[in-house]
Design a protein around this ligand. Structure first.
Ligand SMILES: CC(C)(COP(=O)(O)OP(=O)(O)OC[C@H]1O[C@@H](n2cnc3c(N)ncnc32)[C@H](O)[C@@H]1OP(=O)(O)O)[C@@H](O)C(=O)NCCC(=O)NCCS
Length: 305
């Protein structure tokens, strides 16, 4: 729907599904690049390099086929590199599994529990809901110059990596790990605010109330972790942080954003901390703007990748 502007027919859906599955397999040129990178290179830099090693069409406007290729390929890039970094043989994609279940399978070698795959899918789908976040904006700037999709995605990945955007879930995870227990929360949060630092997972450029995506994701986490001490800690830190943000930053309307509960989801489904930002980037991309019936089904509005 995001690519074509309307829900597909069964036939179109099946065609898209099969095409995405075929694009999961990494081209040999990308594998060679991934094998040559320094072992300690961070995963966002790896993603940028892998995208650069691809050869999208040089035509303009960019095509839905290119968007599909990158969407299908990114989870395989992450899992391939993660396997190399962990000293294991990479696991080939499983064509029987969905985009998200296949990602978890390639990371772990096990077919995931359906509830776990659904939870991660909820996160990945929900991150598409935002029309113009910082990384989308970066991509739009590049593509508006009539450059190619790989260049736009590299810019988007660069913006995504920043801790105030796609890097936020990792920072939330680190914050909750450092707090450790409810009784340490208040002094920890006050110390940060008094030092002029930001509380990660709170505040949003657009939402001046609780981010509706945070509310939705919290209920997904609750269904996975109900009664788990880490869920209770996250709930208590959330309530306390909102209260303290109002005290230290009155009138700024700082509430929970989507990344606060994204951190809990990524942790609960077993994504390693170092893969949080890359996993966020492997969500299906929002590339709207092609309107069926206007002859534009196979091309993308250059301003909306
Ligand atoms: C997302 C974010 C960049 C939006 O920023 P913004 O709407 O442009 O807000 P500003 O940067 O203009 O900040 C406005 C004020 O609120 C404060 N503020 C914003 N977010 C804050 C946070 N999370 N913790 C503490 N203070 C915060 C700023 O320090 C500033 O205070 P000041 O007026 O005293 O200078 C910002 O809220 C933030 O850095 N949040 C933490 C990172 C995060 O969770 N990112 C994921 C976003 S989905």
């Amino acid at each position: 729907m995001l690519w074509h502007g309307a829900l597909p027919s069964h036939q179109q859906l099946e065609k898209t599904r099969l095409h995405l599955i075929s694009c999961r397999v990494l081209p040999e040129s990308v594998r060679r690049v991934l094998e040559k990178l320094d072992p300690d290179q961070d995963m966002m830099s790896v993603l940028r390099t892998a995208v650069s090693a691809c050869r999208p069409s040089q035509e303009w406007p960019p095509t839905v086929e290119d968007a599909m290729m990158f969407t299908a390929m990114l989870p395989t890039v992450i899992a391939y590199r993660w396997a190399l970094q962990s000293g294991r043989a990479p696991i080939e994609p499983d064509p029987e599994l969905s985009h998200v279940a296949n990602y978890l399978y390639m990371l772990t070698g096990k077919r995931p529990d359906p509830a776990i795959a659904r939870a991660l899918e909820a996160y990945m789908v929900i991150t598409m809901e935002h029309g113009l976040n910082a990384s989308t904006f970066a991509a739009r700037v590049v593509t508006s110059t009539r450059s190619d999709m790989a260049s736009a995605l590299c810019a988007a990945l660069g913006a995504m990596k920043g801790p105030l955007h796609g890097g936020a879930p990792l920072e939330v995870r680190v914050m909750l790990e450092q707090i450790g227990a409810t009784e340490h929360a208040e002094p920890w949060l006050r110390r940060e605010l008094e030092a002029g630092r930001r509380l990660m997972g709170f505040g949003h450029r657009v939402y001046k109330t609780r981010d509706p995506r945070a509310v939705a994701l919290r209920s997904v986490v609750e269904s996975l972790q109900f009664g788990d001490p880490s869920f209770d800690l996250a709930v208590q830190v959330e309530d306390l942080a909102i209260r303290l943000l109002e005290e230290y930053k009155p009138g700024r309307h700082l509430y929970t954003n989507v990344e606060y509960w994204a951190a809990a989801i990524l942790g609960a489904v077993g994504i390693p901390n170092t893969l949080f930002t890359a996993s966020f980037s492997a969500s299906v991309r929002r590339v709207d703007g092609a309107h069926p019936g206007t002859g534009g089904e196979q091309s993308l509005d250059p301003t909306s990748i």
